[in-house]
Design a protein around this ligand. Structure first.
Ligand code: ADP
Length: 486
């Protein structure tokens, strides 16, 4: 018998991060806002993340211990607590083990393979202790990809787990969790049967994400374009063949953003809240003051808020930065990442102090101010699974300049001078002078206030809230649950 019409769909998001507890990028935003949107539609969506030491203290003190068990990690057995906090109507569970998670930061430790394989198996271990038995385990990225592998390897025979379905959402195929072969038995407790080219083996290593792709019942990517792009070697990160094999269980669902958080009318980080293009300029003047840029209300402000990695198209920006800065504009870059980019942009900022400000680091408040203050927002990505920056920029009336790839292609309609349609600007090839060309074209339009304001209004009116995408996930859950008996 299929899941009854009146029975509530129960979905557990299993992820390494979720706003407001931990965020390093787009993943945390999605797992922190999609469950709330699903709950509004009547899906009982809940979230489980590791209990990191760096969870903000005001939230951490409200988290309550619920239960504990032990989780096998190779030949050892590790304490696995489960804790709970309801935040803005969404129930959050936290997997507690201080040895693994009470450290500064979140990733990048020598034992990440152990930490996240422990987390993935630990979640399965604590499920029977929760007041909540999910129909669907919705996993995200390599950190939790092993849930579906462990489910098949150790728990499927147990009636409690028998009907659970797994979904793996790939937020970024570049990060796969690839580790030496020895961990297969030492940490994962898996037999050699799992170490083959059609399972977890990948160039003589163990690949977590690959395991998730093979063993999950369904795969999603965070935009429709990225869903088919990754079938090609250019975007496939070595897994394109496998992704072609599993095309039947893959689909792309566009991310949204939380319109209650990203709303220039009420955003508490802004110097001046606004709802129209005219009112926006006040924020530019304030930011110029704050950053020590010459105060010029009419000069276009071009911005980037981004991880400073190859993915984000920074090689193109570096290649033509001097030419960009020779134009009549100011530029602000907020980001952190690869040393070569941090050094290059810092040096450029020192060379052109009246035109370019570079702020290294992660700063949520400043990011909001930059979205509000800027007129153009650059995202010339080499690849982009979805991208949230361009969605936030549109909402704040900063017109995105993007390369036509992945989610950027699915969300940005380039300005059409004949119909005046559009919500930004785009170029096709990964070529620095195409980027420069589009920036120049956009700046020439900036002088034509009527056209520019029209474009801004179109961008601000575009709807990339979670409503549509939450509906698509709900349909997907219903499809999978069609095979579940209650
Ligand atoms: P990705 O997840 O690949 O880093 P996305 O565009 O999907 O890129 O999401 C990035 C999110 O992180 C956006 O909300 C962006 O504003 C934010 N962000 C990126 N870098 C910074 C930073 N240095 N300070 C504050 N917020 C940042």
């Amino acid at each position: 018998m299929a899941l009854g019409e009146d029975a509530m769909m129960r979905v557990l998001f299993i992820a390494a991060e979720a706003v407001p507890f931990v965020k390093t990028g787009g993943l945390g935003e999605v797992t922190g806002s999609l469950p709330g949107a699903l709950r509004k539609r009547g899906v009982d969506a809940r979230v489980i993340i590791p209990k990191y030491g760096d969870i903000p203290a005001d939230l951490k003190e409200k988290i309550q211990h619920r239960a504990y068990t032990m989780t096998p990690v190779g030949w050892r057995s590790q304490y696995t607590g489960v804790e709970y906090l309801e935040y803005e109507d969404v129930p959050y569970y936290f997997l507690d083990n201080e040895y693994y998670f009470k450290r500064p930061g979140y990733y990048g430790y020598y034992d990440d393979a152990e930490r996240f394989s422990f987390f993935s198996r630990g979640v399965l271990r604590v499920l029977p202790l929760l007041d909540f038995k999910p129909h669907i385990l919705h996993c995200h990225d390599w950190h939790t990809a092993l849930v579906s592998v462990f489910l098949e390897a150790f728990y499927r025979e147990n009636p409690f787990y028998q009907e659970m379905k797994t979904i793996l959402t790939i937020h970024n195929l570049k990060y796969q969790g690839i580790f030496p072969r020895v961990i297969l038995s030492e940490l994962l407790d898996l037999s050699e049967r799992y170490y083959s080219a059609d399972k977890l083996e990948f160039h003589d290593h163990v690949n977590f994400l690959k395991g998730g792709i093979v063993f999950s019942q369904c795969l999603t990517t965070v935009s429709p374009s990225y869903a088919w792009e990754i079938e090609n070697p250019f975007y496939g990160e070595g897994l394109d063949g496998l992704l072609r094999q599993y095309a039947y269980k893959r689909r792309g669902i566009l991310n949204g953003i939380d319109y209650a958080v990203y709303d220039p009318k009420i955003d508490p980080f802004l110097d001046k809240n606004y709802g129209s293009p005219e009112e926006k300029e006040e924020n530019k003047v304030k930011l110029q003051e704050q950053l020590g840029l010459p105060s010029r209300r009419k000069t276009p402000l071009v911005a980037m808020v981004s991880r400073l990695t190859e993915q984000k198209g920074l090689d193109l920006v570096c290649r033509v930065l001097e030419e960009i800065l020779s134009l009549d504009l100011q530029m602000v870059i907020l980001g952190a990442g690869e040393e070569r980019f941090e050094k290059y942009f810092t040096a450029a900022g020192l060379k052109y102090p009246h035109k370019l400000k570079v702020i290294l680091g992660y700063n949520e408040a400043l990011a909001h101010k930059i979205y509000a203050a800027s007129n153009l927002f650059l995202m010339p990505s080499l690849f982009e699974p979805c991208g949230l920056g361009q969605l936030i920029a549109m909402r704040y009336g900063s017109l995105p300049v993007v390369r036509e790839t992945g989610g950027l292609k699915d969300t940005i309609v380039p300005y059409n001078e004949y119909t005046e349609e559009g919500n930004g600007f785009s170029f096709a090839n990964y070529n620095a002078h195409e980027l420069l060309d589009v920036i120049q074209r956009a700046l020439s339009l900036y002088k034509k206030k009527k056209i520019w304001n029209g474009l801004m209004e179109q961008a601000m009116a575009a709807n990339f809230s979670w409503e549509n995408s939450a509906g698509a996930y709900e349909n997907l859950y219903a499809e999978l649950a069609g095979e579940i008996s209650e």
